[in-house]
Design a protein around this ligand. Sequence first.
Ligand code: HEC
Length: 103
Amino acid sequence: MRMAIASLLFLLLMTGTVQADDAAGRAILEKECGSCHAIAVTGDSPLAKAPPFREVVTRYPPENLTESLAEGIVTGHDGMPEFIFEPEEIGDIVAYLETLKPR
Ligand code: HEC
């Protein structure tokens, strides 16, 4: 039974029918962006000039960032490498950013 569940999960992951995973999105952001930006709902950005993501999402709705994430964020990024993400990574990232939106 356990095997069956594992292979079902694998299948779902492969076919992309699994829901966007905000924890995975957070992990990506921590790895790629966390050296400059504050990722969490509290705390300062390691690089003072980089806005915390909880502020970014008040200026840009996360769903609008999808396109920039796919094409690479270039605007106004002092010393920031250009990032290009896979669609499933973007789904996860946007899912996490949605959790930062003030409600
Ligand atoms: C090397 C440092 C660094 C890294 C790494 C970095 N950023 Fe930034 N980011 C900045 C700085 C500095 C700014 C502010 C630029 C400015 O206001 O001139 C910024 C601004 C932004 C903005 C706001 C742009 C705007 O027009 O207001 C977004 C969105 C953003 N970053 C997303 C990301 C994402 C997503 C990642 C990871 C994939 C990331 N950044 C990684 C330094 C970085």
